[in-house]
Design a protein around this ligand. Structure first.
Ligand code: 13P
Length: 288
């Protein structure tokens, strides 16, 4: 099977996006993979540090292997928002395909220094590296009842992005362009600052960009961002909301039900449905 970088470059050339769908439970994963197999879409499975500690790094790799074998799909595993070189090394040693070092809260100098070390270790193992410049706010466990304000100074500065990619040789760059983790209570987040992405692209050229905080982002903005070089879009909050909402409803509606494979059916279906909608927006069907 071709590696993650191959598919990300294919996405860049053919102008589609690959979904990174986060999971921390096998039933969520089942919903994600069912739909990707049906639509023949490549897929990146994301686990944050917290999610990967719950699932287990080795367990996540073993499940990926089984699902790859069973479906024949290009399924890649990414350690999302790794905060330390040590933990990313553990993920690489376990067999992850990709790692994301999130040094965005560090001064640029320090971010570059650690990302370089991650790249050095990852390259020896054929692992793809995502770096991050600019700050992407909040987290994927919230519905925001108030408008989330993104500070101008948190947006990715084109010259920082250029320096970061030149010095670290990271494969992918996560950008802060008005995106944020989590979702507004309306279900639709404010528009992306596409002019910021255009300015970054003008400065760095044809890099592989990542859009975090994909939940709630207006579809037209995502489509436009893909035209500008975004090849990977991360989705977590919407999946968590769909899954947990359906588990809650099933248990409340059938208080006597104790069989997980019965009360989880609707939740799995809701994940399938959501992943199908995202694949449609990203244009990744039949790209496996
Ligand atoms: P959302 O939770 O907003 O979908 O963001 C997910 C993400 O970016 C994971 O890295």
């Amino acid at each position: 099977m071709k590696n993650a970088k191959y598919y990300l470059e294919k996405a860049q050339k053919e102008k589609f996006g690959i979904g990174q769908f986060n999971f921390s439970d096998f039933s969520q994963l089942r919903g994600i993979i069912n739909k990707c197999a049906e639509l023949k879409s490549p897929v990146i499975l994301g686990t944050s540090e917290g999610e990967s500690k719950f699932v287990g790094l080795q367990e996540a790799v073993a499940i990926r292997d089984v699902l790859r074998k069973k479906t024949g799909l290009p399924i890649f595993l990414n350690l999302d928002h790794g905060k330390s070189l040590e933990y990313l090394k553990q993920a690489i040693d376990a067999g992850y395909d990709m790692v994301h070092f999130d040094g965005s809260k560090l001064p640029l100098e320090e971010n570059i220094k650690i990302t370089k070390e991650v790249v050095k270790y990852a390259k020896r193992h054929g692992v793809t590296v995502e770096g991050e410049v600019g700050r992407i706010g909040t987290d994927s466990s919230k519905l925001y009842t108030e408008k989330f304000e993104i500070k101008e100074e948190d947006l990715t500065k084109p010259e920082d992005a250029k320096r970061f990619l030149k010095e670290t040789k990271a494969d992918l760059l996560a950008v802060s362009i008005g995106n944020f983790h989590g979702i507004e209570i309306s279900g639709i987040d404010p528009n992306l600052r596409l002019e910021v992405l255009r300015a970054i692209k003008d400065e760095v050229g044809n890099a592989l960009f990542v859009l975090h905080g994909g939940s709630g982002t207006p579809s037209d903005d995502i489509k436009e961002a893909i035209q500008l070089g975004v090849v990977k879009i991360n989705i977590n909050t919407e999946l968590r909301l769909a899954f947990s909402g359906n588990v809650r409803r099933a248990l409340n509606n059938h208080v006597e039900e104790i069989v997980p494979y019965k009360y989880l059916t609707d939740a799995i279906y809701s994940v399938e449905k959501l992943v199908g909608l995202k694949i449609d927006i990203f244009g990744s069907a039949n790209k496996a």
